[in-house]
Design a protein around this ligand. Structure first.
Ligand SMILES: Nc1ncnc2c1ncn2[C@@H]1O[C@H](COP(=O)(O)OP(=O)(O)OP(=O)(O)O)[C@@H](O)[C@H]1O
Ligand SMILES: [Mg+2]
Length: 442
């Protein structure tokens, strides 16, 4: 009867007479959606759900539940069921759910994370970028988000680890449940266990009442363990146990608490190094590294700089009630030249300051006032420098590299107006021409 109704609504339907047959079909072929009863001959609906999650976690599973199986249905939701429909089935309600499930997955498989309308619909903070690097990151995020897998986000400070961790939560079936952040670096190690796991009344002097920890507060939702590299060794084993067994005891408590909290962790440290230095447990490191996602630094995705800059110019013009400001091509060029040690956050701060400083309609290079003017991308040139020969040989080589970079920058900034560039560089026009030739800049 259901199958007829669903076919009438325009879908293709395949049927399975019992759990084993269903499992076999699921493994053989990807469907867009699986609808199953909780109680089945041979395998249960929960087992079907589990098999589907192992085969392809992006395929939604809808469960049909009879009166009295509500607890199992709740359990199924915890394990990643898309939703459940109570029996007797209301066909129009079922069709609505089917439509929503299929549509959600379709969007999930496209690269929707970077699309604005989708960010709005899902309450994802703005994520900007069109570099290949950021596309790859967003695809990984989309793939892993709907599962319960533990995710480790790595990347330098300011690359967007927190933004992406929120996106994972928002793109998961947990999106209506809590998203709880714990900054492991900000909490003294004597307090972190309490913060994460809570305590029982009277467990220590001053524990006047029972307090729930962050893992409990994030039950059914997501906990974001930021700066996990700073997590004190003394609590790492307990964190590992929650990830593996979903259970722990509060401080001073005997009762084992069970939670279904999804863990997303982030760090700008190299955890492997910390493991080698015995500052981080190897078992926790392996557990966290099941699904690692690395967010490359901004200097490795220069094509995002302009987009991000434009986005921030608009944002801060609006926030600061400025007329719509333009980024001059020279300023945009200078932004692309810079090495961005502080990544997107530094770019954001730079633009905010520039919007405040600029008095006209455009942001000029001089408004940018980089915090680390000296640290252009070429600062790393010593690594490429030939260090053979005498000290003066090396100095000469270094000077040439630096001169070439400086001359190129000034020429670019002046749109190759050589008179102007010579003036800025404080050399004669002729010297500049010689240097341009010597360094093969033209
Ligand atoms: N791709 C992006 N698009 C738009 N804004 C971004 C992007 N990446 C980062 N941001 C913004 O840059 C700032 C820094 O990002 P975020 O806090 O996520 O970085 P982080 O990796 O957690 O840094 P830290 O290690 O310093 O905590 C935030 O204000 C964030 O909104
Ligand atoms: Mg952060």
């Amino acid at each position: 009867m259901l199958s007829t109704a669903i076919k009438r609504a325009g879908y293709q339907v395949d049927e399975a007479a019992d759990g084993n047959i269903a499992a076999e079909k699921i493994r053989k072929q990807p469907y867009q959606l699986v609808i199953t009863d909780l109680r089945l001959p041979t395998l249960s609906g929960l087992e079907i759900l589990k098999i589907q999650k192992e085969t392809d976690a992006t395929i939604p599973v809808l469960l049909m539940t009879a009166f009295g199986t509500i607890e199992e249905a709740v359990e199924a939701m915890k394990q990643g069921a898309f939703d459940f429909v109570p029996k007797p089935i209301d066909i129009s309600h079922l069709l609505l759910l089917i439509n929503r499930a299929v549509e959600q997955r379709r969007l999930m498989l496209e690269n929707i994370l970077l699309r604005e309308e989708f960010q709005r619909a899902y309450g994802i903070p703005k994520i900007i970028g069109d570099s290949a690097a950021i596309q790859t990151v967003s695809q990984s995020i989309q793939r892993v988000a709907p599962t319960d897998a533990t995710v480790l986000l790595t990347g330098e400070s300011g690359t967007g680890k927190e933004v992406f961790s929120r996106a994972i939560h928002q793109l998961s079936p947990r999106r209506d449940k809590p998203f709880v952040t714990v900054n492991c670096a900000a909490i003294p190690h004597t307090l972190i266990e309490n913060e994460l796991f809570g305590h029982e009344k009277g467990s220590y002097t001053g524990a006047f009442s029972r307090k729930a920890g962050k893992f409990e507060l994030a039950d059914l939702g997501t906990i974001f363990l930021d700066e996990i590299g700073e997590l004190h060794l003394s609590v790492q084993a307990k964190v590992l146990r929650v990830i593996e067994e979903q259970s722990f005891e509060r401080i001073g408590g005997l009762e084992t608490i069970r939670v279904a909290t999804r863990v997303v962790a982030a760090t700008n440290r190299n955890l492997q190094d910390l493991v080698a230095k015995k500052e981080f447990r190897e078992d926790l490191f392996f557990r966290l590294s099941v699904f690692p996602i690395h967010i490359p630094p901004l200097r490795e995705r220069i094509s995002d700089v302009r987009l991000l800059a434009q986005f921030f110019v608009e944002k801060f013009s609006k926030d600061l009630h400025r007329q719509s400001l333009q980024l001059s091509p020279e300023a945009a060029g200078a932004l692309e030249q810079y090495s961005w040690p502080g990544n997107v956050r530094e770019l954001q701060n730079t633009i905010e300051r520039a919007v405040i400083l600029s008095d006209g309609k455009t942001i000029r290079p001089e408004d940018l006032n980089f915090a680390f003017q000296g640290r252009k991308r070429s600062e790393d040139f010593v690594h490429f420098l030939d260090l053979s020969g005498s000290l003066s040989d090396v100095s000469n080589r270094a000077a040439c590299v630096a001169e070439k970079a400086k001359i190129k920058q000034v020429l670019d900034l002046s749109n190759w107006n050589k008179t102007q560039a010579a003036e800025t560089l404080n050399v004669s026009y002729k010297t500049l021409l010689n240097k341009v030739k010597e360094y093969e800049l033209e």
